[in-house]
Design a protein around this ligand. Structure first.
Ligand code: MLT
Length: 327
């Protein structure tokens, strides 16, 4: 009889858990959601996240609060969400660094492919090679010559190993076969402050952070990493036009949830993301900043899973060739 009672008790508890998870998923969301951004406020990831979070909040009927958790190239913030309760009330908006960090870091606090559930892709942002406005070179060839002639003093800002700015800077140094002093920040928001102030010389950063400054003439732009010139920066050549063939990189952004978050919840979040990416305000603001929203077909868990897996494979040899790792 005792065994029967035990089985009955275990079955009851399991059913209750399943019911509460199912019920939770059915009434989701019924309270504020936290969206972790793994970089400082005021930077490109933060800009994308706040636009999307505001629109998703309207669709979901619950506030999405953005929390900036910077450090270690985005891996601290990603680790925070990997450890969060898988109930749909903690989500992560991160970018290509989710894929590159898997190869760059020898010890990550999380398993990139097994500690998250997928919601969907958000946008793919081009980058720009920029400098403090009083740097002498007037074009990319002149900048490369200047960098080689001053390699012991030129400083490159980035947001830490694993950041998009780190990846692009690493690609630039590999392309011109020159190692430079890098200055890490918790995000390219604060890095931009120092570039504007002339405390650091160059940076490779996303158009969502550089477009307005380039248009205002407060920083100098040498090239974009896009295949074609950007409508918002028509006078800035692509890196290929300017002599750096094959120097293309897009910073794809996506939303994740902790492993174990119910599929009904990630699907609800994906549907809300698709609504937000068609919000006229989001579309217009993305366009002003040089990017476009992902299509519905990409703003899905399956599309993001495939993207992350393929990008880890793609960037691993590039990172190994550059030989830049973090312990
Ligand atoms: C940021 O939001 O600060 C940037 O995405 C950092 C980076 O990845 O370069």
């Amino acid at each position: 009889m005792k065994i029967f009672n035990t089985v009955l008790a275990v079955t009851t508890i399991a059913s209750a858990c399943l019911f509460s998870a199912t019920a939770g998923a059915q009434t989701y969301p019924d309270r504020t959601i936290t969206m972790v951004i793994p970089f400082s406020a005021g930077g490109p990831t933060d800009t994308v996240a706040r636009l999307v979070a505001e629109s998703m909040s309207k669709d979901l009927g619950q506030q999405i609060v953005v929390e900036n958790v910077g450090g270690a190239g985005g891996t601290l913030g990603a680790g925070r969400v990997a450890q969060a309760h898988p109930d749909g009330y903690s989500i992560l908006l991160h970018h290509i660094g989710m894929a590159t960090s898997a190869s760059l870091y020898r010890k990550l606090a999380y398993d990139t492919l097994n500690d998250f559930e997928y919601v969907g892709l958000v946008t793919d942002v081009p980058m720009t090679i920029v400098a403090r406005k009083d740097l002498e070179p007037t074009d990319l060839k002149g900048l490369v010559d200047y960098i080689k002639a001053n390699k012991d003093t030129v400083t490159v800002a980035n947001a830490g190993i694993g950041a998009a700015s780190h990846l692009c800077g690493m690609m630039l140094m590999s392309a011109i076969d020159t190692q430079l002093t890098t200055v890490p920040y918790k995000g390219t928001g604060p890095a931009m402050t120092d570039l504007l102030g002339g405390q650091v010389d160059i940076m490779c950063d996303q158009t969502t952070n550089t477009t307005k400054q380039i248009q205002a003439g407060t920083i100098k732009a040498y090239a974009t990493t896009s295949p074609e010139r950007l409508k918002v920066l028509p006078e800035v050549p692509t890196a290929a036009e300017a002599g750096l063939d094959g120097f293309q990189v897009g910073i794809w952004h996506a939303i994740y949830a902790p492993k174990g978050t119910p599929a009904a919840v990630t699907e609800r979040l994906s549907k809300s993301l698709q609504v937000a990416l068609k919000d006229p305000n989001v579309v217009a603001r993305f366009a002003e900043l040089g990017t476009v929203p992902s299509p519905d077909s990409d703003a899905t868990p399956a599309a993001l899973k495939a993207k992350l897996e393929s990008e880890i494979v793609r960037w691993k040899p590039v990172i190994e060739a550059a030989g830049q790792y973090a312990d």
